[in-house]
Design a protein around this ligand. Sequence first.
Ligand code: ZN
Length: 129
Amino acid sequence: MDVQTSTRTELIDITDRVRAIVKESGTKDGICVISTRHTTSAILINENERGLRDDILEMLETLIPENKSYAHNRIDNNADSHLRAALLGNSATLPIEDGHLVLGTWQSVFFVELDGPRNRSVNVKILES
Ligand code: ZN
C-alpha cells in the first residue's frame, strides 16, 4: 500500500485500508503483519485521538530531539528520524478472527512518518491458518 505523507513527522491512520486488504483476502482465521519498508518510518498501534497523536510526536521530540549532534548527521541529516524509527519498530502483528482484524475499540493502526514528506510503501502480509 502506498502512503503519501505531507509533513516531516505525522501519524497516519491506515486501519481502514488494512481492514479492506484483510476483507479482500477472504481470510477467516490467520495473522496479519503490517510492516514499513523504510528506515525512517514506523508502524504503531494506539488510539486515534488528536491530542494523543500530538503527545506521541512530542514524546519523540523529548526523547530524541531533532536538533542534536548525531554521528549519522555527518553523512545524512536525519539521525533523529532513524532513532525514532528504531524506538517505535517497523511492524505490527495482529490476529484475524472470523474474517476480521482483531483490534480493541480504541486501537488504530498508524503509519508513522518520521522524515517526510515522502511517498511511502507499507506491506501487508496475511497468513491463513
Ligand atoms: Zn539517514
